[in-house]
Design a protein around this ligand. Structure first.
Ligand SMILES: [Ca+2]
Ligand SMILES: [Ca+2]
Length: 266
């Protein structure tokens, strides 16, 4: 009787966790980085922590891509100033006089297939102090396809802009196109949701900044003959040799198949 009872309790607790899991903040997102240590009795599957080259959160591991003077990002306590919860991710790049392009990025999704429509959301905070505009190119979000080519979709800071600006660019076999340029607010959280489908014939891009559409495109997106998958990353990635220091913050990084999945506000 005791054995049967404990089996039932185990089964019941498994069922409860399966049913409750989607209701806990990260909704139906396929991958979610909220940087929070979430209550989850019996395990620490939802804890956010960094060990070596990986960030762990909500049951997934996320590779930290670092080159040049890029170093580990850090999980920071921000209390009620966080976009959600109490913790955020700090990405910091020091001054660099080297010759290697420098980056600290989180690989949020290692493989997205061409032809799949997806939503990728995140919230970014660029402080008034501690961040100097780049003097050359720099991305804070990108979808990377192949080492031979520049990323087919990227969100980039605009070099030497004051006030700080960002732009959205896409690439395909015929060229490089800027589809939005506007101010990047500082000292506040800015929510981005990117909807995209990579395809060399019928691609799709739609980008929301703080729930307003800033860019839309349908057509060729990505390169032919360079594989048929992309990797999604957020963080900082800039040209080598920029003698500036930069600190930015991220929270509520989400990926899924619907707008709600990727909404930083959910
Ligand atoms: Ca978490
Ligand atoms: Ca958080």
């Amino acid at each position: 009787m005791g054995k049967i009872h404990s089996k039932y309790v185990m089964l019941l607790s498994m069922l409860v966790s399966i049913i409750l899991f989607p209701l806990m903040g990260y909704a139906g997102a396929i991958r979610s980085i909220d940087l929070e240590v979430d209550p989850n009795p019996g395990s620490h599957v939802n804890d956010a922590y960094i060990i070596g080259d990986y960030l762990y959160d909500n049951g997934n591991s996320f590779y930290l891509s670092k080159t040049g003077v890029g170093s580990n990002p850090a999980i920071q306590y921000w209390g009620s100033a966080a976009r959600a919860g109490t913790h955020v991710l700090n990405v910091y790049l020091p001054s660099d006089s080297g010759s290697v392009n420098t980056r600290t990025e989180v690989v949020t999704v290692p493989t997205i297939n061409f032809g799949d429509l997806f939503y990728h959301g995140f919230s970014i905070y660029v402080p008034y102090t501690g961040f100097t505009a780049p003097t050359s190119w720099e991305a804070f979000g990108q979808f990377w396809q192949h080492p031979d080519v520049a990323p087919p979709l990227a969100l980039e800071f605009v070099a030497n802009s004051d006030p700080l600006e960002y732009r959205i660019v896409y690439r395909n076999d015929t060229g490089f196109y800027e589809i939005y340029r506007g101010e990047m607010p500082r000292g506040e959280w800015v929510d981005f949701i990117v909807r995209a489908k990579f395809s060399t014939s019928s691609g799709d891009i739609k980008v929301w900044q703080d729930y307003g559409v800033v860019a839309e495109y349908t057509g060729k997106l990505g390169f032919s003959g360079k594989g048929t998958t992309v990797t999604a990353k957020v963080g900082l990635y800039r040209e080598a040799g920029q003698t500036i220091t930069q600190s930015v913050f991220f929270d509520q990084i989400k990926y899924g198949t619907t707008f709600d999945d990727a909404d930083p506000n959910r």
